[in-house]
Design a protein around this ligand. Structure first.
Ligand code: SER
Length: 316
């Protein structure tokens, strides 16, 4: 990776991936783009307004900056996707299609995230294997699964260097996620600091895989920097880090804030989605093929999240 384009840089992953990659590869070598004018992304390096559904505009930025690697991070997440499935399909697949075509025409490598959402209720729940039954029941998951197949197709048919991970829910303290089923695990920390209480939309005992942003960013770089000869899989690697229920994360916060209170107002759409996803993924292939190893667990992450959010809100 020398000259990198980030599509959808204003979102939860993109806003932090942009500065992470700029630190490693140099500010001027990471071009951030988003459909909104995200001025802060233009402070340290190049920023362009780009609608990912406009393939011509994407290709022209790739040519102008001599891009060799594209990160396509555009996606409507799972819960919001269920409110408008047609739009989720056209945005998620449109951005991916354009990224694949531009990568093919301009000889770029392409990273595009898949998700735990690519699995469905018929996938094995615990230790979900890398290669297994995948019958997602959300439009988000259907897009992710189709995207994995398309990524493999472009790799085998055209030799495009497509790579991907199946991200767990990503927890971070910089940009909020929007419209996902795993968002509760971010919101709970903000509400703990702001008001000392949280109403949880997910049932108390539903496990989902989660990952802390620093590990997610490291995974992107490590996978993209791996010698291609080592990769048996490409689209897309199971990634595991931690798996917990609302009850477990609540208990972890209570250890540090004994007065913290959580109650439940279960959202039936999010409940159905969460219950259709795995409890915990088996990431052996990522560990073996490119050396994946998480560094953050729930306890360390909780300390770090609370510290950063307190600083953000000026709470002692
Ligand atoms: N975080 C995503 C969601 O909840 C899953 O990849 O939709």
């Amino acid at each position: 990776m020398k000259k990198i384009l980030i599509v959808g840089a204003g979102g939860q992953i993109g806003s932090e991936l942009t500065s992470h990659l700029r630190k490693i590869y140099g500010d001027s070598n990471v071009v951030a783009t988003d459909m909104r004018d995200c001025r802060e992304l233009g402070e340290a390096g190049p920023f362009e307004v780009l609608n990912a559904l406009d393939a011509t505009a994407m290709a022209s930025i790739v040519a102008r900056y001599h891009i060799d690697t594209i990160f396509n991070l555009v996606a409507l997440l799972s819960a919001v996707g269920e409110r408008n499935p047609q739009m989720a399909w056209s945005v998620n697949m449109g951005a991916l299609n354009n990224s694949l075509e531009v990568a093919r025409q301009h000889h770029c490598a392409l990273f595009t995230p898949s998700s735990i959402g690519a699995f469905g209720p018929s996938s094995p729940k615990d230790g979900t294997p890398q290669d297994t039954i995948m019958q997602p029941t959300t439009i988000y998951g259907i897009c992710k699964y189709t995207g994995e197949m398309l990524g493999n197709y472009y790799h085998h048919k055209y030799g495009v260097d497509t790579r991907s991970v199946r991200f767990p829910g990503i927890i971070s303290n910089v940009t909020l996620p929007g419209g996902g089923t795993t968002d509760y695990a971010v919101e709970i920390y903000y509400e703990a600091v702001r008001s000392g209480r949280f109403t949880c939309p997910i049932p108390s005992d539903v496990y989902m895989d989660m990952i802390y942003m620093p590990d997610a960013l490291r995974a992107c770089v490590e996978l993209m920097e791996t010698d291609p000869a080592k990769l048996v899989h490409r689209n897309s690697f199971n990634l595991a880090s931690m798996s917990f229920t609302p009850e477990i994360i609540c208990a972890e916060i209570k250890k540090r804030m004994p007065g913290f209170k959580m109650d439940y107002d279960v959202d039936p759409v999010k409940k159905a989605i969460a219950e259709s996803w795995p409890n915990s993924l088996d990431d052996t292939c990522a560990r073996e093929e490119w050396g994946w190893k998480p560094e953050w667990d729930l306890s360390r992450m909780t300390d770090d999240m609370l510290e950063h959010i307190r600083l953000k809100f000026g709470v002692a």
